[in-house]
Ligand binder design. Structure first.
Ligand code: GDP
Ligand code: CA
Length: 319
């Protein structure tokens, strides 16, 4: 079985761990979000690709959900002693090495997709990880500020520095319109038996991937089941600021509303948490087959059960 998953960072990576356990024989291609990418200290940092790579490769800081285990911060302290910031973005020494290798390869002319493959040769994530695009796409968030009025900030600044405090007025995937899917993305979708939207952020993770021209169309045209799992449980994100960025695109933080936002043109099946069992009928009525099952990724066993439910729902809509 060939499975394609559109993944952000933590939500996507944790789900993938369960999917690998649920379908050990499957060939899994992960299309990773690069809208969160940021250039810091002259280095190209790809937080979502790295979260997937480290989580599946056994290098992740488990509790934090991002960055490396057993991390130290000597480089950052030294930079800060020179007065070189930003201080608000946590980059550990081990993590720095990844970004140095990536930046060096890009400077030598390799596209991000080739660089990601090279980094994965070390981590052996057990999936094929492809960035959504080799082109530069950067998610910006429009906010109101007391002194500078309305302005756009990089997604990482909104999330990491401002802790998603100000309301998001708009979310802009800058550069998306001119971008092309990375080599292998469209081919993987066309060859897939099932496409899964994990419980990743619908706006700044899955939404950014779908903003790359051609990807949404390829999924809609693939003629295979497309199933998703809700990142919203009981009217709130399990973690993160999905509620803030959903509001910016006019969508309620509600498990059913997210399914309708993707729409029946794209989604065939949708899983909501048992806490949202009362939302099932509304999604079903919209032509998206819906089930309520436990959706909390508390451990690998619970996550594996979620992945099994997603695959079972896919088989049901296929039939
Ligand atoms: P990010 O790039 O690190 O923010 O990660 P993703 O976009 O892949 O996933 C973020 C989303 O994962 C958030 O909207 C969370 O609500 C969701 N999430 C995190 N943990 C869980 C969980 O245990 N269950 C569900 N259903 N969603 C989760
Ligand atoms: Ca992310």
């Amino acid at each position: 079985m060939r499975i394609v998953v559109l993944a952000g960072g933590i939500g996507g990576a944790r789900f993938l761990r369960g999917l690998k356990a649920a379908a050990p024989e499957a060939e899994v291609t992960v299309i990773g979000n690069t809208g969160d990418d940021i250039h810091l200290f002259g280095l190209k940092v790809c937080p979502d690709l790295d979260t997937v790579m480290y989580t599946l490769g056994g290098g992740i800081h488990e509790e934090q959900g991002w960055g490396r285990a057993d991390e130290s911060f000597a480089v950052k302290q030294e930079l800060s002693a020179y007065g070189v910031g930003p201080e608000w973005f946590g980059l550990g020494d081990r993590d720095f090495a990844t970004h140095i290798v990536r930046t060096q390869m890009i400077a030598a002319g390799y596209p991000l997709s080739a660089v990601t493959e090279a980094l994965c040769a070390r981590w052996q994530p057990g999936v094929r990880l492809i960035p959504m695009t080799d082109d530069r796409v950067e998610t910006h968030v429009v906010i109101d500020t007391p002194d500078e009025g309305r302005k756009a900030v990089h997604f990482q600044e909104y999330w990491v520095r401002l802790h998603a405090g100000p309301d998001a007025r708009a979310v802009l995937p800058v550069g998306a319109e001119q971008s092309k899917p990375a080599p292998g993305v469209i081919e993987a979708i066309a060859a897939a038996d099932v496409v899964i939207f994990p419980p990743s952020n619908p706006v700044v993770s899955v939404g950014s991937i779908l903003a790359v021209p051609g990807i949404r169309e390829a999924i809609a045209d693939a003629g295979v089941p497309v199933v998703g799992l809700s990142p919203i449980v009981g009217g709130a994100p399990v973690r993160g600021m999905a509620d803030k960025v959903l509001a910016a695109v006019g969508v309620e933080a509600d498990a059913a509303a997210v399914a309708l936002h993707y729409g029946s043109g794209l989604l065939d099946g949708w899983l909501v948490d048992t806490a949202d069992a009362d939302r099932v009928a509304e999604v079903d009525r919209a032509g998206i087959r819906c089930r309520a099952v436990p959706l909390m990724m508390t451990d690998v066993a619970a996550t594996t059960a979620m992945a099994r439910e997603a695959l079972a729902l896919a088989e049901e809509v296929r039939a």
